[in-house]
Write a protein that binds this ligand. Structure first.
Ligand SMILES: [Fe+2]
Length: 286
C-alpha cells in the first residue's frame, strides 16, 4: 500500500475540481483510498464531494447527526479496531469519507488497512475459512432499530411510524437478514455477510468486515461461519495482529479529506489524546 496523498500544491489549485475527483477515483481503484490535502474545504464542500462519488448517501443513526450528508465521528476516546463502516448492517456503504476540520495535536491517527493485502497474506486454510459466509447475531434495542428502519424504509421517516409490517417488508427487501421481536421491544437480529468480499469499485477479494471493529453503539455480536464454527476471541486477536501488519496511519492535518473504498479497505483509529480534534464522516453507495 502507498501513501495516496493528493496535494493541492501539486495540482496547482486549491479547488476540488473534476480533475481532482478523477485522481481520487484513480487512487480508489489502485489502492482503495486517497487523502486530499491542502484543498479549500468546508462542510458543504465535503458533502458535495461525497455526493459526487456516491449516488446514494447513507446514514448511521447510532451517531450524532450533523449536516445534510455528514455525521460527526463520535465513539469515545479509546482506540477503535479495524472495520468497514456499517459492516454489520444489511446495507453497507461502498464509499466512506472523513473530513478533519480540526486535527489533533498528537495521537488520534486514523488507521487504514487494505483488506486485499490481508487476504493475500492468509494461508490456504485461512483463505478457505474466511471465504465462507458468516452469520452475525446480536440484540438491538427498540430505539436503535426503529431509528434505523425509519431511515432505510422508503415509506416512513420517523421512528414512531415503524410497525411490525415495516420489519416484514424490510426483511423481504434485503436478503440475508432475520429479525425476532422480543417482549421488551428489542429485536434479535441475524445477518449473513461475506467476510471476504469483492470490492464494489474494483472487484478482487478482500478481508473487509467488522470483526475486528468496535461495538460501542451496539451489543457485541456473535459470529458464526457457514461450517458451524464460531469465531473465537483468540482467533480475532490473531487476525488483528495480521491486519496490523498491513496497516498505515493518517496523521491528520486541518482540512484533510480521506476517501475510502469501504468494500475493500478497513479503517479504525489510535487512541485520542487530544479530545478537541474534529472529524466528520460521510458515506454512500456508488
Ligand atoms: Fe468507522
Amino acid at each position: 500500500m502507498h501513501y495516496n496523498v493528493i496535494r493541492a500544491e501539486e495540482t496547482g489549485a486549491t479547488d476540488i475540481t473534476q480533475e481532482v475527483i478523477a485522481q481520487t477515483r484513480a487512487c480508489l481503484e489502485a489502492d482503495g483510498w486517497a487523502l486530499l490535502r491542502g484543498f479549500k474545504s468546508d462542510m458543504n464542500g465535503f458533502s458535495e464531494l461525497t455526493a459526487q462519488l456516491c449516488t446514494t448517501i447513507t446514514f448511521d443513526p447510532a451517531r450524532e447527526y450533523s449536516e445534510k450528508n455528514t455525521q460527526k465521528v463520535d465513539a469515545g476516546l479509546g482506540p477503535v479496531g479495524l472495520h468497514i463502516e456499517n459492516g454489520n448492517t444489511p446495507i453497507c456503504p461502498d464509499i466512506v469519507a472523513f473530513y478533519c476540520t480540526r486535527a489533533a495535536f498528537e495521537g488520534s491517527q486514523t488507521t487504514i488497512c487494505d483488506g486485499r493485502a490481508v487476504f493475500e497474506k492468509f494461508d490456504a486454510g485461512q483463505k478457505a475459512r474466511w471465504s465462507q459466509k458468516m452469520k452475525v447475531k446480536r440484540n438491538l434495542p427498540e430505539e436503535l432499530w426503529k431509528r434505523y428502519l425509519a431511515n432505510e424504509h422508503p415509506a416512513i421517516s420517523h421512528p414512531d411510524e415503524v410497525t411490525e409490517e415495516h420489519i416484514i417488508q424490510f426483511k423481504a427487501a434485503i436478503p440475508g437478514q432475520d429479525f425476532t421481536l422480543r417482549d421488551d421491544g428489542s429485536i434479535d437480529y441475524e445477518l449473513t455477510v461475506s467476510p471476504v468480499r469483492p470490492s464494489s469499485l474494483t472487484n478482487g477479494q478482500a478481508f473487509a468486515n467488522a470483526i475486528l471493529g468496535p461495538s460501542h453503539n451496539y451489543e457485541k455480536p456473535e459470529y458464526m461461519l457457514e461450517d458451524g464454527s464460531t469465531v473465537s476471541p483468540v482467533e480475532i486477536e490473531a487476525l488483528r495482529e495480521l491486519a496490523e501488519s498491513c496497516t498505515v496511519e493518517i496523521n491528520w492535518q486541518d482540512g484533510d479529506i480521506a476517501v475510502i473504498d469501504n468494500t475493500r479497505v478497513m479503517h479504525g483509529r489510535r487512541a485520542i489524546k487530544d479530545a478537541d480534534r474534529q472529524l466528520f464522516i460521510g458515506m454512500g453507495r456508488v
